[in-house]
Ligand binder design. Structure first.
Ligand code: ZN
Length: 485
């Protein structure tokens, strides 16, 4: 008995020592704020008016892409050209497919690979039933209670106009960048970006231009979104999930519902759908999610820091915690969601042709072909025809030891000194998917503070940006571009 106690105690001590040593060597990946130039965050009324005016121009993209308000896009570009005269004097501008804009700012050193900053011009429509719920009308651009209100303030005109404000300031200071910088503004991100982002990417493909890095919307300086973290976290999307819709179709004998066959087309379909639902993928942390844990872990309060420092032992506990929320579990597997079911017209008629659409969001270590193969095996029923709908593959997982990520991190340390920086996996999709072959380094980050409430307003009601926050965004782009060596 004594022996068992002895060995038990010894084992406990060794384990405790390992845990503590691992914790002690679990070093912070944050860059401390340097001495750099003092940043001016004072309220710039002209910049506020610019964003307010930009919101008033309703550059909406509709799901029915034949409906287009071309006039709005034309006036938006006219607005930019009249308000940012010196930017258009010094940068080369090209309109692509009527509704997208590309600017080129030639750098001093042609040997350096160019970089590209991206934002989108279009916004989503306002649902008729929600119009009355807005505190200030969605296209009013009202400035009230410390916010600029309206559709696009966060997604994505806030970013676009901040880039122009930063460019304007740099023209006034006669700044020339070290490397060439492209600024691309797509006109149809909200409906997939094929006319905008894809055409811009194609333009670069033809020129054989490759980029050092590419920046798009995505993460933000989040408050209260990372569990147990007391600091704001600047979340930089280093990967995004892919997308495939699989259509399941069954064609069988229909007829009168008074004498049904043992299995009808609908029975077969429902059974297949249930099998897919009941057989989710094994959970796993892909490298981007692992990196996220390595960046936020060292900043956690003490007992949690030990947990993150010892993933070899505690990973199941961490993943259990993530799995509790819908967002958390979506980080850990390719998800499936039944979104459309077409079957039946009359209650006493057995339908013969039925189908279902299931939308999958694919983890970056998988592919759409793999998903289809897995689902075919799970369904395992030749009567169910499985076809592919819309597809885009998951992105590659960009590294964090790169010029681009380091520059983002340094700029965050200057502009958001209270925040920590971390890479993360994006669940949604951005126009960056069109540029995957043009760079290895894609970072999705809109430098603005956002809490859960503000995040809800994107594509929703009362979208708005804090006036002070918007000043930080402008300062971020100015600092970032000036430091891009
Ligand atoms: Zn957007």
């Amino acid at each position: 008995m004594k022996k068992i106690l002895f060995w038990g105690l010894l084992l406990f001590l060794v384990l405790a020592a390992v845990l503590l040593i691992k914790t002690a060597s679990f070093k912070s990946k944050q860059i401390l704020r340097g001495e750099g130039k003092r940043i001016d965050f004072s309220i710039d009324e002209t910049a506020v008016k610019h964003l307010s005016d930009a919101v008033k121009i309703n550059t909406v993209s509709f799901d029915d892409t034949t409906v287009v308000n071309q006039l709005a896009f034309d006036s938006f570009f006219t607005f930019l050209k009249t308000q940012y005269v010196s930017v258009f004097e010094n940068l080369e501008d090209t309109i692509i497919n009527d509704r997208s804009l590309l600017l080129k700012w030639k750098g001093k050193n042609e040997n350096l690979k160019p970089i590209i900053l991206y934002a989108h011009v279009d916004v989503v429509p306002i649902e008729e039933t929600t119009k009355s719920k807005w505190t200030h009308a969605p296209f009013s651009g009202e400035v009230a209670d410390g916010f600029i209100w309206g559709r696009g303030t966060l997604d994505d005109k806030g970013s676009l106009i901040s880039i122009f404000e930063a460019l304007n300031r740099m023209q006034a200071n006669h700044f020339t960048p070290a490397r060439t910088i492209y600024f691309a503004f797509g006109g149809d991100e909200e409906v997939g970006g094929t006319r905008g982002a894809e055409a811009i990417a194609e333009y670069f493909r033809k020129q054989k231009t490759k980029f050092e890095f590419y920046i798009d919307e995505g993460g933000m300086v989040s408050s209260g979104l990372v569990p147990n973290m007391k600091h704001p976290v600047a979340l930089i999307g280093t990967a995004e999930k892919g997308y495939i819709t699989l259509e399941l179709t069954v064609n069988a004998k229909g007829g009168h519902s008074s004498h049904p066959d043992k299995e009808t087309a609908l029975d077969i379909l429902v059974n297949a759908v249930k099998k897919i639902h009941d057989n989710p993928e094994e959970r796993r942390a892909v490298s981007t999610v692992n990196e996220f844990m390595n960046f936020v872990g060292p900043e956690m309060p003490f007992p949690l820091k030990t947990v993150f420092a010892n993933k070899w032992l505690f990973e199941p506990l961490i993943l259990n915690e993530y799995e509790k929320s819908a967002e958390g579990q979506a980080l850990l597997r390719t998800t499936s969601a039944l979104t459309i079911l077409n079957a039946g017209l009359k209650e006493n008629v057995i339908p013969s042709l039925v189908n279902a659409k299931i939308n999958f969001r694919i983890l970056p270590d998988e592919s759409s072909a793999k998903v289809q193969e897995r689902i075919t095996q799970i369904v395992n029923d030749k009567r169910v025809i499985i076809t592919r709908g819309e597809v885009y593959e998951p992105s590659h997982q960009s590294a964090t030891n790169t010029i681009g990520f380091t520059l983002l991190q340094k700029t965050c340390a200057q502009v958001f000194p209270d925040a920590i920086v971390s890479p993360f996996l994006m669940l949604g999709s951005t126009d960056s998917k069109h540029f995957q072959d043009l760079t290895d380094n894609t970072y999705r980050f809109f430098p603005v503070r956002m809490d859960a409430d503000l995040l809800e307003t994107i594509h929703g009601i009362n979208e708005r940006i804090g006036v002070k926050d918007y000043m930080e965004t402008i300062a971020f782009y100015e600092t970032f571009i000036q430091s891009a060596k």
